[in-house]
Design a protein around this ligand. Structure first.
Ligand code: FES
Ligand code: FES
Length: 206
């Protein structure tokens, strides 16, 4: 039986063959931008080479050069040596890379560094220090809410953001609010106790 023919052109006018033949992110982005916006569009096309960017990380302005394809997670860890956020799945499923972007928890593996410019980025290092821990960090220690520790920085950041929104959560709020973070060591009981302790002690701003 003859195979069905694939349509040669996408709705934006780019042929599928051309799309898959493009070997660099830059070539693909250029094709997409001109396909969507037309030639002579004022949309800025970045890359594929390195571009200079500025990131505000834990209250400090950091300048770096990255290719536009570089994720915020890789920029933090490999370029700026801010290694609290962990690279585990690298595809938005585990939450180990959670950081705050303008106060909202995001997976840093799924945000481009160039997109994070002009935003306040807070990692676990920005929440507190060993001498002056954030209430969530302190509660994690006191409730033994970690084992290997790989998921812990992301969980701490996610819990801090969660408690900001839900100062007195019940168990259902907890399941929903922290469902985007996974712990392969199964420390969920300790994490729940830590969150409950922070809520009982007056919340993250106590
Ligand atoms: S490393 Fe980003 S969600 Fe898993
Ligand atoms: S403590 Fe090991 S993955 Fe959570």
């Amino acid at each position: 039986m003859p195979k069905p023919k694939q349509p040669e052109q996408t709705s934006s006018g780019i042929s599928r063959r051309d799309f898959f033949k493009s070997s660099t992110v830059g070539a693909v982005s250029t094709a997409l931008v001109s396909g969507v916006h037309g030639e002579g569009s004022s949309v800025e096309v970045l890359g594929p080479g390195e571009v200079g960017i500025k990131l505000n990380v834990n209250g400090k302005t950091r300048r770096l050069r990255v290719e536009p394809r570089v994720t915020l997670l890789d920029a933090l860890r490999s370029e700026l040596d801010v290694t609290g956020a962990k690279k585990v799945c690298d595809r938005s499923t585990c939450g180990a890379c959670t950081v705050l972007l303008d106060g909202k928890p995001v997976y840093a593996c799924s945000v481009l560094a160039v997109e994070a410019q002009d935003k306040q980025i807070v990692t676990v290092e920005g929440l507190g220090t060993p001498e002056k821990m954030h209430p969530v960090q302190k509660a994690f220690v006191e409730n033994d809410a970690q084992q290997c520790g790989f998921c812990t920085p992301g969980f701490v950041v996610a819990c801090a953001a969660f408690l900001e929104k839900h100062p007195n959560p019940d168990i259902e709020d907890l399941k929903k609010g922290l469902g985007g973070n996974l712990c392969r060591c199964g420390t969920y009981d300790g994490i729940k106790k830590a969150v409950k302790q922070v809520a009982a002690e007056g919340g993250i701003n106590a």
